[in-house]
Design a protein around this ligand. Structure first.
Ligand code: ADP
Ligand code: MG
Length: 679
């Protein structure tokens, strides 16, 4: 056997099992070796039947008293019932659909059963426990693997046992010296103790090593891609003479204290001559855009261009419209670039960017296309940064020579993730809302209150306000029992006969979307029914009520973002979350939304409710999938790996040294085409 062999080489693996394994991304022996348990069971535990409590997971050695096969009890499943005794009591062991086990148990023979005991009205039973002959019982800690349909723990454990001899030949890409310095165990020890631990401590050491490996590979890859430009790199110093106070004084409002602090921090960075790398984190509506404008103004007054990239066309356009008004009085040339521009307009814009006539450029991903050449790029801003991948950010930065970088996000990101995503970004937090903002009254209700909600919407419309209605889907779907945007829009058109109701969704043509948004901004439309296209950043201060249909389909962070569409002006604002069924978690989300308006708190609760897997789905952040490491929990290991990754990259930025060959191989495997690495 060789680690590279297909799993088909293993006993008990045929095409069918191989297919199931493939679902777990296991194709080779090596994949199997690195397929880690999700949990462990302490198989040393034993409980006498008379002492078993309901729900207890434990083991018991018993003698078989009776075996009854067949029968269609418990619904329509064919069952096998084995009655066993241990001298202190009797227990019933039940297997469903288990005709194959019929001859597994002999009367009078002794077995060890391990599973969850259920105790009801004096009767004790275990459903589908693990079992083996008492004489073959293995004591110790047992790995529990995350599985898929068609594979049992028994099988997985047997295959792990089968590949166990391969641990000794597993390649260890970390040298002995490195391991010693970092107090990491070797690969063989790691694999042995992660699959077959004898002690908790050893298992923890083993896991540490494997988690470390994964995080080291990830961060080495990302740092290599960034060429480490984020470290003390010489940057562009903006002029101290470029005075932003003129711009600030002309704003129709006074900056909040938090905005002022943030602007100061940015200005200091910009004048320092070191490249700025700053993250501005501020809740929805805290006024990040004004801060971005001030930074851009500073760039332009220093003789540089500034570019702002937004994740959606609608958002980019909104920024463009707003900034055009803000910058034109100063004679600043401002341009818009997106995929939807017509050829002629596009050519003109590209020319303007190249010649420097356009000093401020707002756009979507289109701004990172190769054809876009800047004249003198000094500042790069990304809005709602978390939506962009690593690669896109690197590309944008490469449009200039170490331009200053500002990233803005309303999504609070846990520390671990921000370290990975942004490296050593400095962070400014806008933790204060502009004055006069009122808390958005939030109600989460069941479907039976829908009518009442819309009655309320109607009152708001009568008072001259506007409303958003958000649904999870565009069209009706047989698969999902939810109200679609199209359907809701039709209903509301009938219901609000005196008002104008518009529908907008992601599948529409750009110019159509633009027209609809324009009408809504301008107050020509009263109600905007949409899918989540309005989720980020849209700013219509006259809109005071938002209704979210099938709120159970949205995550907390998303609901918070949606709610942030209202309450942006001086009018009191409202949010209705309509839950049609949905799980316990969904209801909990409703409660949290009612009780809090603090984005950071909500994000934390979201984490707790959803669990790390979902929220840290690293793909959505443009990161590779992690198999073992969990960014929400492994902060300490992360920081350790990060230190080492940095040391490696500093010595060998392109991973060309022979001793880094194994690491390089791993990096390439993890990132594939996702990073523009010339490795
Ligand atoms: P976000 O942080 O969500 O991007 P915006 O920058 O879109 O928030 O600002 C939301 C609204 O608040 C805008 O209408 C903006 O003009 C307004 N605003 C920003 N700063 C202030 C301030 N200091 N005082 C009053 N209104 C402000
Ligand atoms: Mg914004």
């Amino acid at each position: 056997m060789d680690p590279k062999d297909s799993v088909l080489q293993l006993k008990g693996v045929g095409p069918k099992k191989a297919g199931a394994l493939e679902k777990l991304n296991i194709r080779t022996v090596e994949d199997l070796m690195f397929f880690l348990p999700r949990d462990y069971e302490d198989r040393r535990k034993r409980t006498r039947i008379c002492d078993m409590t309901d729900g207890e997971v434990t083991g018991v050695e018993c003698e078989v008293a009776a075996v009854v096969s067949g029968g269609y009890r418990y619904g329509r499943k064919r069952t096998l019932r084995v009655t066993v005794t241990d001298g202190t009591g009797a227990m019933e062991v039940i297997f469903f659909n288990a005709a194959y086990l019929k001859n597994a148990f002999g009367k009078g023979e002794r077995y060890l059963f391990f599973g969850k005991a259920e105790r009801r009205a004096g009767r004790v039973q275990m459903i589908h426990p693990d079992f083996c002959r008492a004489s073959e019982a293995k004591e110790g800690i047992m790995a529990v693997y995350p599985l898929t349909k068609g594979i049992s723990q028994r099988e997985m454990r047997a295959w792990q046992e089968a590949v166990r001899p391969m641990y000794a030949v597993a390649e260890d890409f970390l040298s002995e010296g490195f391991r010693e310095e970092n107090r990491l165990c070797d690969m063989e020890y790691a694999l042995e103790n992660v699959h077959f631990p004898t002690e908790r401590q050893k298992m923890l050491e083993a896991r540490y090593r494997l988690i470390f490996d994964e995080l080291l590979v990830m961060q080495t890859g990302m740092m290599a891609a960034r060429h480490m430009t984020d470290e003390n790199t010489g940057g562009i110093a903006f002029s101290k003479e470029a005075d932003v106070s003129k711009y600030i004084d002309a704003l129709p409002y006074e900056l909040t204290g938090a905005q002022k602090r943030c602007v100061d921090e940015i200005e200091r960075d910009l004048e320092s001559g070191r490249m700025m790398n700053r993250l501005v984190q501020g809740d929805v509506g805290s006024g990040k855009t004004a801060v971005a404008e001030i930074a851009m103004y500073k760039a332009v007054m220093s003789g540089y261009q500034a570019v702002l990239m937004a994740p959606t066309e609608i958002l980019a356009r909104q920024h463009f419209e707003g900034m055009k008004k803000a910058f034109e009085p100063y004679g600043i040339g401002i341009g818009f670039l997106s995929g939807s521009l017509k050829a002629a307009g596009r050519r003109e814009t590209l020319e303007g960017i190249k010649s420097g006539r356009l000093q401020v450029i707002i756009g979507t991903h289109a701004v990172i296309q190769p054809e876009v050449e800047f004249h003198r790029l000094g500042l790069v801003i990304t809005d709602e940064q978390h939506r962009f991948g690593v690669r896109q950010r690197v590309k944008l930065k490469e449009k200039g020579e170490n331009p200053n970088v500002l990233v803005m996000t309303a999504t609070p990101i846990p520390r671990t993730l921000s370290v990975v995503l942004y490296g050593d970004l400095d962070v400014s937090v806008i933790d204060e809302m502009p004055p006069g903002r009122q808390k958005i009254a939030t109600r989460s209700v069941g479907g039976e209150k829908r009518e009442k909600c819309y009655d309320f919407v109607e009152e708001q419309l009568k008072a001259g306000r506007q409303a958003y209605v958000v649904t999870p889907l565009i069209e009706e779907s047989d698969a999902m029992d939810v109200r679609s945007a199209t359907q809701v829009a039709d209903e509301l058109k009938r219901r609000f006969g005196d008002y104008s109701v518009a529908l907008i969704h992601g599948a529409m043509k750009q110019d159509e979307k633009d027209r609809i948004m324009e009408d809504f901004y301008g107050g020509k439309t009263d109600v905007l029914v949409s899918t989540v296209v309005i989720e980020v950043g849209i700013n219509v201060p006259n809109a005071t009520v938002i209704v979210v249909e099938n709120a159970e389909r949205f995550g907390l962070a998303q609901l918070h973002q949606l709610r942030g569409r209202v309450g942006r002006g001086s009018h009191r604002s409202y949010c209705f979350l309509i839950f049609d069924g949905g799980s316990e978690t969904a209801r909990k989300r409703g409660e949290i939304m009612e009780s809090s308006s603090d984005g950071f708190y909500i994000a934390e609760e979201d984490l707790k409710l959803r669990g790390p897997g979902e929220i840290f789905g690293t793909r959505q952040h443009g990161l590779p999938d992690l198999k073992i490491a969990d960014l929400s929990r492994h902060l300490r290991i992360m920081e350790h790996a990060r230190r080492e990754a940095r040391a490696v990259i500093r010595r060998d930025p392109e991973l060309k040294d022979v001793e880094n060959g194994g690491l390089r191989h791993r990096v390439v495997k993890m990132f594939g085409d996702d990073l523009s690495l010339d490795l």
